[in-house]
Design a protein around this ligand. Structure first.
Ligand SMILES: [Cu+2]
Length: 221
């Protein structure tokens, strides 16, 4: 029951790195929150109004201020260094692609274009709305764009989220490790139909994927 309060099931090769960073930042935040709450309650009790006691004027404590500013800076810099390699792998390079798609957000659908049997995004390419099929364990590379406003391509089970921006093509990649059906909601408020903008990612065997793709080519003609 409690698993619904935590992360959706991770099927991405880079998912464990993202989850690890998230949990690390989460617990740092929990500890800081607890310390702030303890300090606040302590001060509320200690400095509460008592008849006859005179208020004191405190000018500040430079040593304490230097301490918490430095501690915050050290935590931020450490987190930046620790997340650098994950960011570089997901957003900058990553492995070479095996399957290539073009995805465009538009009010209020995901348009997924599969290359034609010739492997090109030419006249034989097929465009399907909201249905993304990928072969399992293969590196999928997507050229992501938008036809109207800003959308966000979000696959929670893949730990993948990227804005789709009109006039720009942004590359994203992923490698799905488990077969199944997963939601692709739009994660950027894009208009009145935003809440209903959702595609489906189907991760399946290479044979099932090829069969499905062949059907799409046949439907196109
Ligand atoms: Cu949207």
């Amino acid at each position: 029951m409690l698993e619904h309060l935590w992360f959706p099931h991770d099927i991405s090769t880079f998912g464990p790195q993202i989850d690890w960073l998230f949990i690390l930042i989460f617990w740092i935040t929990v500890v800081v929150w607890a310390l702030v709450m303890i300090a606040m309650v302590t001060f509320m009790v200690r400095y509460r109004h008592r008849p006859g006691r005179k208020a004191e004027y405190i000018e500040g404590n430079p040593r304490l201020e230097i301490f918490w500013t430095t501690a915050t800076a050290v935590i931020l810099i450490a987190l930046a260094l620790m997340s650098k390699s994950t960011w570089a792998e997901i957003k900058e390079h990553g492995p070479p692609g095996q399957v290539f798609y073009q995805v465009a957000g538009k009010q209020f659908n995901w348009e997924i274009t599969y290359p034609g049997p010739d492997g090109k995004f030419g006249p034989k390419a097929v465009t399907v709305e909201n249905e993304m099929h990928v072969p399992i364990n293969q590196v999928v590379r997507i050229e992501l764009t938008s036809k109207d406003v800003i959308h966000s391509f979000f696959v929670p089970n893949l730990r993948l989220k990227q804005d789709a921006v009109p006039g720009r093509t942004i590359h994203v990649w992923f490698q799905a490790r488990e077969p199944g059906s997963y939601a692709i909601p739009c994660a950027e408020l894009c208009g009145f139909g935003h809440s209903g903008m959702q595609g489906t990612l189907t991760v399946e065997s290479e044979a099932d994927f090829q069969k499905w793709l062949k059907d799409q080519y046949a439907n196109q003609q």
